[in-house]
Write a protein that binds this ligand. Sequence first.
Ligand SMILES: N[C@@H](CCC(=O)N[C@@H](CS)C(=O)NCC(=O)O)C(=O)O
Length: 309
Amino acid sequence: MAELILHHFDLSPFAEKARLLMGLKQLAWQSVQIPMVPPKPDLMALTGGYRKTPVLQVGADIYCDTRLIALELERRVPQPTVFPGGNRGLALALSAWSDRTFFDPGAALAMGTNLALLPAPLLEDRKAFFNFMDFSRLAEDVPHMYTQLRSQLEVLEQMLGDGRLYVSGTTPGWTDIHAYFPVWMLRGNLANGAEILAPFPLTVAFANRMLAVGHGQRRELTAAEALAVARAATPEVASGVLLQDEVAQSLQLQLGTAVTVTPDDYGKEPVAGALYRYDLQVVAVRRVDARAGEVVVHFPRAGYRVERS
Ligand SMILES: N[C@@H](CCC(=O)N[C@@H](CS)C(=O)NCC(=O)O)C(=O)O
């Protein structure tokens, strides 16, 4: 297998999810630091427009979104599994709780309690990016967001209530990463993080165990080196599958049809390419870039809109 290259920045909570996947699987990987705000020209050369963090590159295959990165790492390196206890479906379903219900109030607080400290370009970018946050009342909403966050910490405390070491049971998995990443963020970004966590002792002990999972073996790489890896590689052969669902039928999709793939929540930057794979798990497009060469960009099917370009 070509080397695993993660495009990320250290402060990114979603990237922490991917780094913990590397830790769970004890993987060696290469780290390319990307800017926190656009322009991100080197990342764009690989993704064709997807700007979110993190992105996984394996040769000339580019995987967007942690929901797909987890599945792809599991496919490539099945053991140790990130779905211990046979809870794969439940673990996948929990991303909605983790990425929205639990993470959003933490993200709103990280912004709302640090407004004076945030660099202007970061604030301006995030105002446009986080379309689900009402920036006009971010400061005013701080008390409400504390309660929203605490209510989910309480849920996590209940998940751990029978004394189990991990949400997944005796070994950590993707559900644990879902449960832990908002806690990682609040520890790192909220001045009163320890105070907020104090009433949740099982969660604190759990978070310390998750910290010990680590990030596997990480080695830094430059963006130019990563682009050279993509140029020198050829994408993996596609499944050849094209699911004939309502979308495929209404758009008359074929493999090779020119389409765009766009996140349906926020950061709605379309990626254009020739349809390469289309089923209930993955939609992938092939594109040719002047700097990256021929690449295939893969997205989870859930949460992404496919349109003819
Ligand atoms: N659904 C995506 C969400 C990723 C996401 O929102 N990442 C944040 C960083 S934590 C982001 O992209 N922020 C803007 C940026 O990095 O440009 C995933 O699971 O990977």
